[in-house]
Design a binder for this molecule. Sequence first.
Ligand code: ACM
Ligand code: ZN
Length: 554
Amino acid sequence: MKTSILLTTILLIIFATPSRVMSMEAKKALIPAPVSAVWGSGTFTFSGQTKILVSPLNEQTRLSAELLAGLVKNPTGKSLAIMQGEKPAKGSVFMTLDGSIKNNEGYVLEVTTKGLTIRAKSAVGLFYAVQTIRQLLPEDVEKAELVANLNLSIPTCTITDEPRFAYRGMHLDVGRHLFPVKNIKRYIDMLAMHKMNNFHWHLTEDQGWRIEIKKYPKLTEIGAYRKETLAGLQKKTGNTFDGIPYGGFYSQNEIREVVAYAKAKFITIIPEIEMPGHSCAALTAYPELSCTGGPFEVRKLWGVEEDVFCAGNDRVFGFVEDVLTEVMDLFPSQYIHIGGDECPKKRWEKCPKCQKRIKEQGLKDELELQSYFIRRIEKFVSSKGRNIIGWDEILEGGLAPGATVMSWRGEEGGIAAAKSGHDVIMTPGKYTYFCYYQCEDRTNQPIALGGYVPLELTYSYDPLPKELSALEQKHILGLEGCLWTEQIQTPELLEYMSYPRTFAIAETGWSPANLKNFDSFVKRITEMHKRYDAIGVKYYTGEYRDTKALKEKK
Ligand code: ACM
Ligand code: ZN
């Protein structure tokens, strides 16, 4: 009797010391939160002998097996065997496609002391299950170097999971500042780790054209470089410039490399080619595509340029179609983003060609001319079997058939588009623009655009507007966070402004609305800091709450 009490006491001490309990709790800090997680009390431990059995083992399913094997290999140097296998086996991981799982991205992960079973409808579900396992493993798996005596245990559990929205995206503007391919890949890695599936790559701007187009070499020879850049923040008058030439672009080979990299992480890259506005870099290279004939210089200031593509010149449409043909060859995405935002109509009002077009086409005004422009391009893109996305200004003057709307100036554009039967991706700037400050006290913050978008505000956003019926809500494909880079000059700053706000978008896009809880999210983010540190990625760690809203409530 005495010995059994002693034994129980010893066992209690061993298994219930706070550090052990805490570390197992910490490992349950999943982002995004899964639909259902039932935790057991045991663990499964990976060893060099753990096999990964896959049914069927093919190019797509192998990606997930290799991702998992890589997580063990990095810190231990041990290569797990990957092989075709038809059933679970003791001490192994069994991954299988299972038609009974409804959602294409869904999965069921069962971890017992004897092994792991992952079931998914498709290879992408297996991939997301492995991202979950990754977050259950100690953060040392993220390190590139060997880690001595690493315990690769994960808690026993059954996780049943699927996304709430089909579209979970992040945008990145490389027009204002561009970033090396290795940082673009790292951005993609962070999205994949948090089960996001779209990367919206904003490739052309007034301040720089960033994609090689073989038919129009001057786009990058001339359009990819500006003489200098505004120093600090823009003033009404008396702006100063840094005097440093700035530029660069992605070659088609680099683009193909990034597209393939993203594909292996089940991320679609949606390219954005801006038209008819935000086209000053293109006009600098080919001034004959403007209303006035130029000359121009790649814009050195931020803001919106008044010179835009001439909507009355058929050569412009030939040019845009040629560019989009090369773009569609590089990017296999169903969607091609054609911009459409912030197009001043000042030049069109004075341009004889634009006015002739308005008259000939029986258009009411310049807004309808913009609509003519977008409709014509939409027809071209859809003739190639793709669909366009445009910012919500494409609603003005009439929405092109088949267009999907990105609602950035608020939700109104998205609501109107959904009511008229168009698909929508919500990106309301007030919640999803990460170019804005993330805390109220700006004294120690890098210069940002003027707004205030704290983590709590981003997290609070729900993309399904109450104004829409259940049927109309089906047009809301999901949401996206946007990173405009006027004030983001370096990869480190890019990460600091993106994370953790990006992960709030990830959770809203994936997790059921009734499971969302900001306090829990902050706890999990704080736990994840260790993982981000192990990766070496930068992130913001200050005030996460919406302190302005808290004060207003009082
Ligand atoms: C935008 O922020 N101009 C889409
Ligand atoms: Zn014109």
